[in-house]
Design a protein around this ligand. Structure first.
Ligand code: G3P
Ligand code: MG
Length: 257
């Protein structure tokens, strides 16, 4: 697969929705992104103890909800009652944690394209790594849901993860959904070949991107998506290097193009 496999990619992707002005990974943040003019949104997905798939960045509930505990150890029935908006601003109090299904319905209604980032890391405070089998199972679960529920008349969502096992699991269930590898730094050629062989894109922390590294990745056929860019001058530099899209917390197109 190659970067050119994403002709519907927009240079601006609302990061976790319009997370600069609304609580990240909520439906309010998705709606706000569209109001600001975004055509693409990125959301983070995790699996709960009951197997449900929800929009959530962290491995734990504490930062973005009024709950406590690990997502992977909490059943969805408990998460469904939590407030995912009040921490951000009183106006958003009562905003629920969305399921992936609810996100798919809203994205379809709003004609949105999506990058769905699948998270399985246990969080910064947990010394253990996620079991590869579990990671693959989460990739399979997300891809299965999207295969069944993403509207066939819409451009398919771009699945991404920092876990090659997740991507492998997703590929098994929905080989036609494009996939991207999320990295902090640009990996060595050998690692890239091993972990991103079937990916169309590499999603890199922009602070570790250089013009030469960008050119190298493009030459190898990948679309480069850079996160998280909140300075227009930096965005212009990245586009000039050939970066295809940037993840932005404040996705007003006129600020960035
Ligand atoms: O997918 C790009 C970006 O969202 C990765 O970083 O931590 O914001 O999920 P993070
Ligand atoms: Mg993300």
């Amino acid at each position: 697969m190659h970067g050119t496999s994403l002709p519907w990619l927009d240079p601006i992707i609302a990061h976790r929705g319009a997370s600069g002005v609304a609580p990240e990974n909520t439906l309010a943040a998705i709606r706000r992104a569209v109001e600001l003019g975004a055509h693409w949104v990125e959301v983070d997905v995790r699996q709960t103890a009951s197997g449900h798939l929800i929009l959530m960045h962290d491995a734990t509930l504490a930062r973005t909800t009024n709950g406590r505990g690990k997502i992977a150890a909490t059943p969805y029935e408990k998460i469904a009652d939590l407030d995912a908006g009040g921490w951000f601003a009183p106006d958003f109090a009562g905003e629920p944690v969305p399921t992936l299904e609810a996100f798919v319905r809203l994205a379809s209604k709003l004609d949105l394209c999506a990058n769905i980032e699948i998270k399985t890391d246990p969080g910064d405070t947990d010394p253990g790594d996620t079991d590869p089998g579990e990671a693959e199972a989460v990739g399979r679960a997300v891809a299965t849901l999207l295969r069944n529920q993403w509207p066939p008349n819409r451009p398919p969502p771009l699945l991404s993860s920092s876990s090659p096992e997740v991507l492998h699991g997703a590929a098994k269930m929905a080989a036609n959904l494009p996939r991207g590898l999320v990295v902090r730094r640009v990996p060595s050629a050998a690692k890239l070949c091993e972990q991103a062989r079937e990916c169309v894109s590499i999603h890199v922390d922009h602070r570790f991107l250089t013009q030469a590294k960008t050119a190298h990745l493009i030459k190898n056929g990948y679309a480069i998506l850079a996160y998280t860019v909140n300075r227009p001058a930096r965005a212009k530099t990245l586009y000039a290097w050939g970066v295809a899209a940037i993840f932005i917390d404040y996705p007003e197109p006129e600020r960035w193009r």
